[in-house]
Design a protein around this ligand. Structure first.
Ligand code: ASP
Length: 321
């Protein structure tokens, strides 16, 4: 009898895997922060990059690819751009070193991978995916992660690749101000993506250089599963951006899905509520979230958040304020 029940459960799980999802799509963010000083030229470049990446990532899903492939692709494209605080555009820590964090999660089976405090990996998100796919672990940090990246043939680059005069200036300004970390975050953001594919599988990914002037070795929420990134089939997928310490302590990404799952909230209600609660404790940032029906929510409590999306039921959009 027990055997029959097990076989039935297995068959049902396979049917749900093979079942196609009626609605599908992808949303991305390029960080939350103070955006009011962005020049027209910067805005245009950012918008062009978001549109290009969304178009290509959506094509992956439309052609039957997986949400994991789509979010990894989108985040790696942003990592290659100096416009965002991830990969090539990463900000500096207090010792003028760039230390990057990234994570990815599949809602299909809770497979998850992350890297933290890496300095030489060109695309931290690609290595995070490999941690999920090829190892028995969830997170690798520092030298161990870099050694792993090298062993599996992921691209390693020299310090020069990440060099940024602008980000050094940003660091010096932050040091002079000797102010709260949160108040000096401007115009340049962490990146993330959430997606649901035609098979109903939800995925989420996040990548960052962290916060300007952070202590060496500091790790924020972006590589923490449940804080910066969460994906759960039939519920939602979330990627966070903002003051990481709070996003860790309030387990923000998972919390959104938990409220949908147990309190029957809509994605818009659950996401907005948590962002409002963070604001009450002066924790600033935003999230992007997608649910099981490809509805998107993108609340933030900062001046702006670079964001965009496209689904089979909503045409492509990009917004900053
Ligand atoms: N959440 C990131 C961190 O704390 C920073 C950001 O999203 O701007 O590392």
């Amino acid at each position: 009898m027990k055997h029959k029940v097990l076989v039935l459960c297995f068959l049902l799980s396979q049917v749900s895997f093979l079942m196609s999802s009626e609605n599908y799509g992808i949303a991305v963010h390029g960080g939350a922060g103070v955006m009011k000083n962005l020049s027209e030229n910067q805005k245009q470049k950012i918008e062009e990059q978001i549109i290009k990446t969304l178009t290509e990532a959506f094509k992956i899903i439309e052609q039957g690819g997986t949400s994991m492939d789509a979010v990894e692709f989108a985040v790696s494209e942003f990592e290659d751009s100096p416009l965002f605080n991830a990969g090539r555009g990463s900000v500096y820590n207090s010792e003028e070193v760039q230390e990057m964090d990234a994570s990815i999660m599949s809602g299909q089976n809770r497979s998850a991978g992350a890297v933290a405090s890496v300095r030489t990996i060109k695309n931290p998100i690609k290595v995070a995916r490999k941690v999920a796919d090829l190892t028995e672990h969830v997170m690798l940090i520092g030298e161990g992660a870099e050694k792993f990246a090298e062993q599996i043939g992921e691209e390693i680059v020299s310090k020069d690749y990440f060099y940024s005069e602008k980000n050094l200036k940003r660091l010096r300004k932050a040091k002079n101000k000797s102010t709260n970390l949160n108040l000096i975050q401007d115009k340049i953001g962490t990146v993330g993506a959430v997606a649901i594919d035609k098979y109903g599988n939800i995925a989420a990914a996040t990548s960052t250089g962290g916060m300007t002037n952070k202590m060496p070795g500091r790790v924020g929420d972006s590589p923490i599963i449940g804080s910066g990134t969460w994906a759960q089939n039939n519920v939602c997928g979330v990627s966070s951006t903002g003051h990481g310490e709070f996003f860790i302590k309030y387990q923000v990404a998972k919390e959104v899905c938990t409220r949908i799952e147990y309190l029957n909230k809509s994605i818009v209600e659950a996401s907005q509520e948590i962002i409002d609660e963070l604001e009450q404790i002066e924790a600033y940032g935003g999230i992007i979230a997608i649910d099981y029906d490809a509805n998107i929510a993108m609340p933030f409590n900062t001046d702006g958040m670079i964001r965009g999306g496209i689904t089979n039921k909503r045409k492509i959009f990009v917004e900053i304020y």
